[in-house]
Design a protein around this ligand. Structure first.
Ligand code: AMP
Ligand code: MG
Length: 437
């Protein structure tokens, strides 16, 4: 991987950096600092247009043609020279001199005082710049008659290049390809697109109390659910996955897992083991293998988190490296920190920093008390009220282990750092889950 910046260099540029009470936006700045350079080392590949769905465009897609390639009709009707409207009386009477269909040209020039019967999408005949829609006309033998005020010069004509202009970027590098983009690329005649290599992301859960599905649940144990939510969230970003299973809280197993992950992946997502009681031996290990910082983020849920870079070799700087997101253990904290930090970091590494989720505003359906000085994320349900406005309500138990209310939610309600209380009827920021594709 390319030349690396270290965490000390990054945080030295951030005013008010305090790892013990780090505001969400400062954490994002540090993540950007470490993740942004990664994209320079990321290879690109050419894939068939359909294979590019969900991938990140590596270069601007320049239009080799004008789309549409010719002026054409936007309606079924009759094409004529609109300049005649200036001197026309109340009624216009034109002789139908021919026909133009989509894919079948009218050859020649439309004679003065004539019009050409035309279908939507057909190339505008020479000598014509205006289309009078069929429904405004009356056919009288070889002629059509219409009111001159029913149309203005240039109406119902699409101009060549009005959709896409030859030589201009139709799609910008760094864009995550969506269905409309596939159609756009095809409309330019592209059979292949240049996209960035997929990121490889290794993930594992830590905890002696964790059992994998299919195993008996011993007393005091819980099933490992984080690996499933993390799998789902990573899949939606479109990365290659390396599932490393459950690793016990044992220094040797953990060190081996971290080193293996660093050698096989661009990024590592772990859950558990970063809370105060557990972090000590991980901290010791990280100072050997990595350039990792342990944060207490001013947010809820999801306060403890580790972030940095670790190496596969015996010590920092040796072997391959990967960016580490060490998430908390609680299932909802995992999801919230993933959506806010990991998704942000991975999209930045992929070269698609503008694909971050789009917050929107909704009206709170209830009073939401909150402590200022930290960002709080509540699980919410957006709905459209009888008056057509968008409202949000929270979905019950907000404990950081309660996945059920996450499952019931379709958005996160974001209560900003300084906010104290949101009263019923006040606007509040939400992050819809549907935007997190
Ligand atoms: P930790 O951060 O490791 O102290 O974990 C905090 C809480 O989250 C504990 O109650 C753990 O049992 C729980 N937890 C940790 N990892 C997982 C996991 N992979 N699946 C479900 N619960 C977990
Ligand atoms: Mg644990």
């Amino acid at each position: 991987m390319s030349a690396l910046t270290n965490l000390d260099q990054i945080v030295s540029c951030i005013t008010g950096y305090d790892p013990e009470a780090l505001p969400v936006d400062k954490a994002l700045e540090v993540i950007d600092g470490l993740c942004a350079p990664v994209v320079e080392g990321l290879a690109t590949e050419r894939v068939a247009v359909r294979e590019a769905l969900g991938r990140i465009l590596a270069q601007d897609l320049v239009s080799p043609i004008d789309v549409p390639s010719h002026d054409n009709a936007a309606m079924d009707g009759f094409a004529f020279d609109g300049s005649l409207l200036a001197n026309a009386g109340e009624q216009v009477r034109l002789t139908v001199a021919g026909e133009a269909f989509a894919g079948r040209l009218f050859e020649g020039v439309c004679p003065p005082g004539s019009c050409i019967r035309i279908m939507t999408g057909a190339v505008m005949p020479k000598g014509c710049d205006t289309v009078i829609p069929q429904e405004f006309t009356e056919r009288q033998g070889e002629e059509v008659v219409f009111l001159s005020r029913a149309v203005r010069q240039g109406d119902n004509r699409r101009l060549a290049g009005e959709d896409l202009t030859k030589g201009k970027a139709a799609l910008g590098a760094g864009r995550m390809i969506r269905p409309a983009d596939l159609g756009l690329a095809a409309s330019l005649g592209y059979a292949e697109l240049s996209v960035r290599r997929r990121l490889r992301v290794a993930f594992f859960s830590t905890g002696d109390e964790l059992r994998s599905v299919g195993e008996p649940l011993d007393a005091g144990c819980v099933y490992d659910s984080n690996r499933y939510t993390i799998f789902g969230m990573l899949s939606q970003i479109g990365v290659d996955l390396v599932d490393m299973g459950v690793i016990p809280d044992d220094p040797q197993s953990l060190e081996q897992a971290f080193r293996q992950a660093a050698s096989s992946a661009d990024a590592i997502v772990t859950s558990g083991g970063v809370s105060v009681g557990e972090a000590d031996f991980i901290k010791a290990m990280m100072s050997k293998l990595g350039d990792v910082t342990f944060w207490r983020i001013a947010m809820r849920p999801g306060r403890p988190m580790a972030f940095g870079r670790i190496w596969s070799g015996e010590r920092v700087g040796q072997g391959d490296s990967a960016v580490l997101f060490g998430l908390p253990g609680n299932p909802v904290a995992v999801m919230v920190t993933f959506y806010i930090f990991v998704r942000h970091g991975l999209l930045t590494m992929m070269g698609a920093p503008n694909e971050q989720s789009m917050p929107m505003s909704a009206i709170s359906d209830e009073r939401i008390p909150k402590k200022p000085g930290r960002t709080e994320y509540r699980r919410g349900q957006l709905f459209v009220g009888a008056d057509g406005r968008t409202f949000v309500r929270t979905t019950g138990g907000q404990g950081s282990g309660i996945l059920r209310s996450m499952s019931d939610a379709n958005c996160l309600v974001v209560l900003g750092h300084q906010t104290s209380v949101i009263e019923k009827g006040e606007p509040v920021m939400v992050l819809p889950f549907d935007g997190l594709v």
